[in-house]
Design a protein around this ligand. Structure first.
Ligand SMILES: [Mn+2]
Length: 314
């Protein structure tokens, strides 16, 4: 069976329809289907774009008809946390804060979704469905993760998750508490691998907050220093130490099968991260095309198999 691994949609339902049609999927009994292929969605269905609920309906119908598989992205994780009351606090407090400056920022990131569903029964229904999405897929032939395939985090979470790698409400609580091992593992898988800078080093993030950890390009086996591996604007990146990131804090991918991810807002022509690693997020949520990788059984990935639709709508 061929798989079409589709990047972060972020509410761009029109791009999604065009991409699916372009790849030969047709609406049948309410769901896009292909005679001999299946789609796999890498997460981040919501936030930013103009058709939040439509995107949800398209993806869910495909999953329920068996024509697609879908995993959880950090935006779905945040949406669940926004909607889940914090059992440790007074009424009116949620796992993702709604109060103060942080609350305002959280609401702003979530505003397009909230504008379509806030206060409705549909909102509850969508959150319930998000809770059925696995954090990763480890199929016989390939793997799918939203941001970082990390064997350590995966084996740590596996015994705690529900059947088929889903988050439970109890785990949502732990995953929302900074300092909890579950928090770190879920963050690592859905937002990417973070490493601590050497002692005495820090940088200011875009909000002016001092940070002692950086997210790195976990897939890049040809780079070794904080400066070369950090995911941040070049100017800030060049100020980071040229010291080598310790091997134990950046596990190297085992290469046993291809792994697909989204999340990184890539730009330009789609390229592979390696012959086993491909990111399919080309910023559909901010003007880029929606991209898929059309996988036909190959164990060495090929740039020729990227398929793009839409873009430059910003
Ligand atoms: Mn993401």
């Amino acid at each position: 069976m061929g798989y079409d691994i589709v990047g972060d949609v972020h509410g761009q339902a029109s791009k999604l329809e065009a991409l699916l049609e372009g790849m030969g999927y047709r609406l049948k009994a309410g769901a896009f289907q292909h005679p001999h292929r299946r789609a796999i969605f890498v997460g981040d269905y919501i936030d930013r774009g103009p058709r939040q609920v439509d995107t949800y309906r398209i993806v869910r119908a495909m999953v329920e008809s068996g024509s697609a598989l879908a995993i959880l992205g950090n935006h779905e994780f945040n949406a669940i946390a926004w909607h889940t009351a914090d059992p440790a606090t007074a009424e009116g407090f949620f796992l993702r804060p709604r109060h103060g400056a942080t609350g305002a920022k959280n609401r702003q990131q979530h505003q397009h979704f909230l504008a379509e569903v806030e206060g409705t029964r549909l909102h509850d229904e969508i959150i319930e469905w998000f809770l059925t999405l696995p954090l990763w897929l480890d199929l016989p032939e390939l793997r799918v993760i939203h941001a970082c395939w990390h064997d350590g985090y995966i084996s740590e979470l596996k015994p705690l998750l529900g059947p088929s790698q889903t988050l439970t409400t109890e785990l949502m609580v732990r995953a929302s508490r900074q300092g909890d091992a579950v928090f770190e593992a879920v963050e690592g898988l859905t937002k990417g691998l973070e490493v601590a800078l050497p002692d005495g080093h820090a940088f200011l993030d875009k909000d002016g907050h001092e940070r002692r950890n950086v997210r790195i390009r976990w897939w890049d086996e040809t780079s070794h220093s904080y400066r070369d591996l950090a995911l941040m604007p070049d100017e800030a990146r060049m100020a980071l130490p040229a010291a080598t990131v310790p091997a134990q804090s950046r596990p190297i991918y085992d290469q046993r099968k291809p792994v697909f991810m989204g999340h990184y807002w890539m730009q330009g022509e789609p390229v592979l991260q390696s012959s086993k690693i491909a990111c399919v997020d080309y910023s559909a949520g901010k003007g880029g095309p929606l991209v898929a990788y059309r996988w036909d059984g190959e164990s060495e990935l090929s740039t020729k198999n990227f398929f793009a639709e839409g873009g430059s709508d910003a």
